[in-house]
Design a protein around this ligand. Structure first.
Ligand code: GMT
Length: 385
């Protein structure tokens, strides 16, 4: 029988793909009998219920008047040291290179015993944050100090290999989705009526409204729709560009056809009630929202950048176009929304692909293989010492 592991997971607790993946992973591991310790400055947003074998350790905020801001990275490092020693963790899995993997490295040098580190690169940490020269060196360092690196798409592995001088093995484990949580069973007339009129189809965009999400193209595509159907644009989420988007809608005179939901907790309840999802991002190592829509049986129209072609089955689950091609996206959306049978056929294919290609059980076993590989590498280096 496979040994039960004691695993520390360090992740961003706030709403976002990396936090969702880290939490689904922790829950899946705990269901297999492994002991999982989440270490974060807040309870991860998807870790809602109490679970057997799961512990949450909140990182205390340390504030001294001498310093201008709170000492997040040091308090996280201190918490990792404390949890590793108290619970005798076998390994720490850091989601994001900076600061999480770097803190884990620091902790492993402070702890009474050295422990192996798995670092998962989710994308933003190396494509956006990591582009600054000084930070790039920290990123390279923290990746090279990890026992094993994983990342969420083949694109992302190639990007790391091209852009960083990394010597460590990089395993690709595609993201995955809990298809019991994200399901067409969440179609809900009352919620749908709160978003759109009964005779309107719903085109949805889910975002943190940052520049890379390219939301202006969502609005441009929506304003060019040519199908006879009445369509409402539902923008889910919040972020720095939201006011600019509202102004753009006003200027195009379409504000009355747009619903802004603001930040929502259970995004799956919203996505399941969409007729089509649009995500024209400039960058996406993977794009969890597309997978979430597929699991909910919703066809997608998206950009064709980075890791997205590994998620979407072109023409089968949705359509991909260059990020700036608002007109092409409008044509694709009109084509989908004009025919309900076709819309459902694409949605059904998406759900089947989510269940077969991005299956939770399979991906958790792939992560377990990574952990065993990590422990073997660490064991060898410990013996070599
Ligand atoms: O960039 C974001 O929107 C947030 C970030 C995150 O941490 O949630 O997203 C990154 O990780 C996700 C989970 O692996 C991926 O699905 C996103 O594509 C990736 N974002 C980028 O690469 C820009």
């Amino acid at each position: 029988m496979m040994n039960k592991l004691c695993i520390g997971i360090v992740c961003h607790p706030s709403i976002g793909g990396s936090g969702l993946v880290a939490t689904q992973l922790g829950i899946g591991l705990a269901n297999l009998g492994h002991e999982v310790h989440f270490i974060a400055h807040k309870r991860p947003f998807k870790l809602i219920n109490q679970h057997e074998n799961i512990y949450f350790h909140e990182v205390d905020e340390v504030n001294y008047p001498l310093f201008e801001g709170p000492l997040h990275t040091y308090s996280l490092t201190a918490k990792i040291v404390e949890v590793v020693e108290q619970y005798q963790l076998d390994l720490v899995h850091a989601h994001y290179s900076i600061p999480h993997s770097l803190c884990a490295f620091l902790a492993s040098n402070i702890c009474k015993y050295s422990f192996p580190i798995v670092t998962t690169i989710h994308g933003t940490d190396v494509t956006i944050v990591g582009q600054d020269d000084a930070i790039k060196r920290l990123n390279t360092f923290s990746m090279n100090q990890s026992t094993l690196i994983t990342t969420v798409s083949n694109f992302q592995r190639q990007y790391i290999q091209q852009e960083f001088e990394v010597n460590q093995p990089i395993n690709v484990v595609h993201n995955f989705i809990d298809t019991d949580d994200f399901t067409p069973a969440l179609i809900d007339k009352t919620l749908r009526q709160s978003l759109a009129a009964d005779d309107e189809k719903i085109l949805m965009h889910v975002s943190n409204f940052r520049a890379l999400k390219n939301t202006q193209t969502v609005v441009n595509a929506f304003s060019q729709l040519s199908c006879d159907e009445k369509v409402r644009l539902v923008l889910v989420g919040s972020g720095p560009d939201i006011d600019k988007i509202r102004t753009q809608c006003q200027q195009l005179n379409i504000l009355d056809k747009v619903t802004f939901t603001g930040s929502v907790k259970n995004v799956e309840r919203f996505i399941a009630n969409a007729d089509c999802l649009i995500q024209p991002s400039y960058r996406e190592s993977f794009c969890m929202v597309i997978l979430e829509a597929m699991a909910c049986g919703v066809p997608t129209v998206s950009s064709n950048v980075d890791g997205i072609p590994e998620v979407v089955d072109e023409g089968v689950t949705g359509f991909m176009l260059p990020p700036e091609d608002a007109n092409g996206m409008a044509v694709a959306i009109s084509h989908i929304l004009a025919n309900s049978d076709y819309q459902h056929q694409l949605g059904q294919a998406g759900r089947e692909r989510a269940m077969s290609q991005f299956n939770t059980e399979v991906k958790i076993n792939q992560y377990l293989d990574c952990y065993h590989q990590t422990l073997a590498i660490h064991g060898q280096s410990a013996t070599a010492c």
